[in-house]
Design a protein around this ligand. Structure first.
Ligand code: PMP
Length: 436
């Protein structure tokens, strides 16, 4: 049946181009999508880093169905449902030691904005209300709400929106030419964390509330932190009393080998955001995990009978989302999916690095089950990325382009055969020297 496309304004899309050449998915199972015409398209980006356990998981569907019938919604303002405590407890068992107080929201962007407000509230409660400045990093992505847009280091994400709220200073990103084709962490570059020290000296460390980084920058096309970089950031943040926030919206839930990149790289932040694979993408949900003392301090700062954090969303800790998350975490545990992802990573990265000498490839980056494939640029920035993304869709592979890079990050349940099939499609398309 033809679809009337007049009314839905698509996010993150060129709507005119979409109307001319629609790319639709109508169903999905495992690591495959199907178009309305019934054509199979392999999922090389786990949806958008969301569907780590593959699409169409009946365990999640059943949990959601049961929860809606049992309790479909809970209000806040001194009300809650037991299921949200159950989920928070479960999550705190997965998180690095000490990060055990969990605030829920519905998207990565909401988690980031919540994290900013928690950091500000903490400093105020701590007698440091002048700590209002934030630090983030060039090429970083932290969602599209006002706080996350302010933190954005991908310039295109701020360009159209004028001067936006928060006071943010950016560190440099960590990529350079010498790192081309590095597999895993680059050896050199820990000194780039000293940008935080320089910012402290310029603005006064006592004015800075928090530094936000993605442990592996995902949305720009997988930029892996140099050895020692995150540890150095931790040391400088500690020296100046700045909260370290890891945005693990992409890197959480087994993507890097451990449950969280924080554990993989052995650096514990004060605050962590997560979303996407928390519910395997099936129901919107995100969370902010904070160290015990952050919550304790904020709670103790209020003596009157009023909320200590005047923040939350109608859909925070939504019971149906909690049910989806619990079912998802059970799959991760029962199927030992993080271990599976770790074990699969070598094969995956071998396949990724087999693309090295193709005419359209100028750099490869990879860690765990995520990789970035940098393309030979086209006539205008981002043009080659769109052309390749479209061509791959026609060839039967969904891979997200970001500028002139591809984000190849298949589900942790992928088989070697499926990964090989995906790579063969990449090989064919990126091997076309004429592609323009
Ligand atoms: N932070 C990071 C690191 C992300 O990758 C994303 C989404 N790609 C977000 C925040 C925003 O998440 P959402 O799109 O769910 O708002």
């Amino acid at each position: 049946m033809p679809v009337n496309m007049d009314h839905h304004w698509l996010p993150f899309s060129n709507n005119r181009l979409f109307h001319a050449e629609p790319q639709m998915f109508e169903s999905a199972k495992g690591v495959k999508y199907w178009t309305p015409e019934g054509r199979e398209v392999l999922d090389g980006s786990s949806g958008l880093f969301t569907c780590a356990a593959g699409h169409g998981r009946s365990e999640i569907a059943e949990a959601v169905y049961e929860q809606i019938q049992k309790l479909d919604y809970t209000p806040h303002f001194q009300r809650a449902a037991p299921i949200s405590f159950e989920l928070a407890e479960k999550l705190s068992g997965l998180l690095p030691e000490g990060l055990d107080r969990i605030f829920f929201a519905s998207s990565g962007s909401e988690a980031v904005d919540s994290a900013i407000k928690i950091c500000l509230a903490y400093h105020k409660a701590n007698g440091d209300p002048q700590r209002t400045k934030l630090v983030s990093r060039a090429w970083g992505y932290h969602g599209v709400n006002l706080g996350g847009t302010s933190l954005a280091g991908m310039v295109g994400n701020r360009r159209d929106f004028g001067g936006i709220t928060c006071d943010v200073v950016h560190m440099r990103h960590t990529w350079n030419e010498d790192q081309r084709y590095t597999r895993g962490q680059p050896e050199d570059g820990a000194h780039l964390a000293d940008d935080l020290e320089a910012i402290c000296q310029t603005y006064g460390g006592e004015t800075i509330a928090a530094v936000f980084v993605e442990p592996i920058a995902g949305s720009i096309g997988t930029i892996v932190p140099p050895v020692g970089y995150l540890k150095r950031l931790r040391e400088i943040a500690d020296k100046y009393g700045i909260l370290l926030v890891f945005d693990e919206v992409i890197t959480g839930f087994g993507r890097t080998g451990a449950a969280f990149a924080s554990q993989e790289f052995g650096v514990t932040p004060d605050v962590m955001t997560m979303a996407k694979a928390l519910t395997n993408g099936a129901i919107p949900m995100s969370a902010v995990a904070v160290k015990t003392e952050i919550q304790t301090r904020v709670i103790q700062s209020i003596t009157a009978d009023r909320p200590e954090l005047m923040h939350g969303y109608t859909y925070s800790a939504h019971p149906v989302a909690c049910a989806a998350a619990l079912a998802t975490l059970k799959i991760y545990e029962d199927d030992r999916l993080f271990e599976r992802g770790k074990a699969l990573s070598d094969t995956f990265l071998d396949l990724v690095y087999s693309l090295r000498n193709l005419p359209q490839v100028t750099d490869l980056r990879g860690y765990g089950m995520m990789s970035g494939i940098q393309l030979k640029p086209g006539a205008a920035p981002g043009e080659k990325g769109s052309i390749v993304q479209r061509r791959l869709f026609d060839e039967g592979l969904h891979v997200k382009a970001t500028g002139d890079a591809l984000i190849f990050a298949p589900a942790l349940v992928s088989t070697e055969e499926e990964l090989t099939q995906m790579t063969a499609i990449l090989q064919k398309t990126l091997g076309d020297a004429e592609l323009a």
